[in-house]
Design a protein around this ligand. Structure first.
Ligand SMILES: O=C(O)CCC(=O)C(=O)O
Ligand SMILES: [Fe+2]
Length: 235
């Protein structure tokens, strides 16, 4: 793997996609755990205000906080850590492992930045692992605007409308996506199957642990810890 080329690509685009980074055998077990945890009709956890206003339809799960250690093997994977060193430098820490689950027919996620971009050096790195293919048939493709991690605030506007320059990503089983938290991104609506991603969030040492507490949408800033809209955004 040409690490210096990957670093350049990440700095330019705000994301990199590495297909077949993990073997199927490494992710099918986790896929099974995720299906079992959520069952067929899991309850939504966020407040209804958040779900309506954010146009975001995901149910988070932090397996390690419940003592489920099966997810550690990816977190401890030497190649994943090498990629992370390449992107963040040697001094970084793993924040947590978060599974994000979407029910069939749900709306995915509207455009957002995981954390406010006012401090360009203060950001989370999403290390997203997919346990099943995501494509036109399943829906739930990831949409990004390349280079937007250097463009400041996501512009206010329609939470889910197309943006100039957007690119559709179709991760497959075993794909790793490294995504800068300031990059403008969204998830398209889900079709007939369930969808899940596993996110091993990390950050440069010194970045506050709660850096992703406030998320920027096109119509608001939302603080998860208090479940409140802290800023209305209008065009
Ligand atoms: O589930 C995905 O593919 C992306 C999730 C996301 O936006 C995030 O983890 O910050
Ligand atoms: Fe995100």
């Amino acid at each position: 793997m040409d690490y210096s080329a990957l670093k350049k690509q990440f700095d330019r685009d705000g994301y990199i996609v590495l297909d077949s980074f993990f073997e199927a055998a490494q992710v099918v077990h986790l896929d099974g755990l995720i299906r079992r945890h959520y069952g067929t009709d899991p309850e939504l956890q966020h407040s209804s205000e958040f779900l309506t206003r954010s146009q975001t339809d995901v149910i988070p799960w932090f397996p390690q906080q419940q003592g489920v250690r099966d997810f550690d093997v990816i977190q401890d994977n030497p190649r994943l850590n090498l990629i992370t060193d390449t992107i963040l430098g040697d001094d970084w820490y793993g924040q947590y492992c978060m599974v994000m689950f979407s029910r069939p027919g749900s709306q995915g996620q509207a455009w957002h930045q995981d954390c406010p971009p006012e401090h360009p050096q203060r950001f989370n790195l999403n290390r997203l692992v997919y346990t099943r293919d995501v494509d036109e048939e399943t829906g739930g493709q990831v949409v990004v605007v390349p280079g937007s991690h250097r463009m400041g605030l996501l512009p206010p506007g329609d939470p889910s409308a197309d943006l100039n320059g957007q690119v559709l990503l179709r991760p497959r089983q075993g794909t790793l996506i490294c995504l800068h938290g300031h990059t403008w991104h969204r998830v398209l609506p889900i079709k007939a199957t369930v969808r899940a991603s596993i996110n091993y969030r990390s950050a440069v040492a010194g970045t506050p642990e709660g850096v992703t507490d406030v998320c920027v949408y096109r119509n608001m800033r939302y603080r998860f810890s208090t479940a409140s809209v802290i800023e209305e955004r209008t065009v």
